[in-house]
Design a protein around this ligand. Structure first.
Ligand SMILES: Nc1ncnc2c1ncn2[C@@H]1O[C@H](COP(=O)(O)OP(=O)(O)OP(=O)(O)O)[C@@H](O)[C@H]1O
Length: 272
């Protein structure tokens, strides 16, 4: 369990508060979206979790232990972070060396190191890129290399900042499939995203940040239910959710596949 305990944050003394007295728990195996308007503080939350920023007040806990003062390099033993522009986190001349860097710093050598790197490349479908120069790869490939780097360190938490922005449908689908398989292995996935299709289809939990606080924390179907107004937080409804509401009984349809299946079933029952 990774936790914010009454965290308040501002970038500098005379700057406005970004996050105010916020407590949050990130449990094992969850698939969490952090969303909200531009500038609401989503990336800041991930930087506080990874240790790239330190709370102005409050604490960050890992398995109940205070890790507030731990640097990002120390937290990388259990948190992997995929930057919005992953080329900024690649330093080595080849993908293989890039992925080996973390476990090497953890003291892994020889066959053990090779095995970890090969396994991480297999899992992320980056084996064919092993000898490529990471900084010239496409953003999608760089993301998978950054994910492989985290897996090679046996990460427990994987945080991705806007991973699907600017990606085509196929790339998006491949990435989300990979995230799903990692979640099934018990890795906690935390995504910063504006993409409500991903929130509705893939996430088990969604956290909305507004006015320096957690405005909503719950299941996607709750966020998009009639008792909430996600549009007040600048969020759009997924088309499948809106279409589902028009069907008899207004079923919640998390994606278009689910809408089509429900539609066909209702038609078969003569309800349409
Ligand atoms: N390094 C920094 N120094 C000062 N202020 C910053 C810094 N980084 C971000 N901010 C400010 O902190 C606030 C929160 O920024 P943050 O990037 O966390 O928001 P966000 O919700 O991720 O935004 P976006 O959706 O546009 O990526 C914004 O007002 C932003 O201008």
């Amino acid at each position: 369990m990774l936790e914010f305990d009454h965290v308040t944050f501002r970038y500098a003394k005379n700057m406005p508060v970004v996050l105010s007295d916020t407590s949050l728990k990130f449990g094992k195996g969850e698939f969490i979206a952090i969303t909200g308007r531009n500038g609401s503080g989503k990336t800041t939350i991930t930087r506080l979790l990874t240790g790239l920023e330190k709370p102005t007040e409050g604490r960050v806990l890992y398995e109940g232990k205070d890790i507030t003062k731990e640097e990002a390099s120390e937290r990388s033993r259990f948190i992997g972070y995929v930057f919005q522009q992953p080329d900024r986190q690649m330093f080595m001349p080849t993908v293989r060396e890039e992925i080996a860097l973390g476990p090497y710093h953890q003291g892994k050598r020889g066959e053990e190191l090779n095995r970890m790197v090969e396994k991480a490349m297999m899992e992320t479908d980056t084996t064919a890129l092993a000898e490529a120069y990471p900084r010239t790869l496409s953003r999608g490939d760089q993301q998978r290399v950054a994910i492989a780097s985290a897996l090679a360190m046996d990460t427990e938490y994987l945080i991705l900042d806007e991973p699907t922005s600017g990606q085509d449908g196929h790339e998006k689908k491949m990435l989300m499939r990979l995230m799903e398989s990692l979640q099934q292995r018990g890795i906690t996935i935390i995504l910063v995203t504006h993409d409500m299709d991903i929130v509705a289809r893939d996430c088990t939990r969604v956290i909305v940040i507004a006015s320096h606080k957690v405005a909503f924390d719950g299941r996607p179907e709750e966020l998009f239910s009639a008792k909430n107004r996600p549009e007040d937080w600048g969020l759009l409804y997924p088309a499948s959710v809106l279409l589902g509401r028009k069907l008899p009984g207004a079923p919640y349809c998390r994606d278009m596949d689910s809408f089509c299946r429900t539609f066909i079933a209702l038609k078969g029952e003569g309800a349409l």
